[in-house]
Structures are given as structure tokens and as C-alpha cells.
Design a protein around this ligand. Sequence first.
Ligand SMILES: [Zn+2]
Length: 72
Amino acid sequence: MKTKIEKNQKTILRRCSVCDKKITIIINRDRTYKNGHYFGEIKIPAGKGKEKEVEYWECPECYKDQKLKKTS
Ligand SMILES: [Zn+2]
């Protein structure tokens, strides 16, 4: 699927936290976004008992899958 980028949009590259696929998030001027789902920051282990905060993103496919799992 090809995504068309408009003049007033910008894109950021993120990785899906579920399937590790690269996703291109499209951000509109009004700060809405599409092509991905952002769930805020999560803490993940960073070795030696430390944690680091990363942005948790899901690609549209994983988001859809999880929604299906929740309802079934
Ligand atoms: Zn995914």
C-alpha cells in the first residue's frame, strides 16, 4: 500500500513494538497522525538492572490483530 504524503504533513520513522516492522508515521499539521498507533512511553529493561523509556508504537496490522483478540 502506498501512502501519499501531502505538503502539510511530515513523517517520522518508528518501529512497531510488536512485530518490529518499520512504520512510517504521518503527522498532520494539527498534530493528528496516521499509519500507526502510539500508546505512550513504556519502560523496558536496558541491562544491569536499569530501565529505559521507549515510545510504544504499533503498526496498523498489529493494532488490528490485538483489537480482534480483545473482542474474541
Ligand atoms: Zn506490528
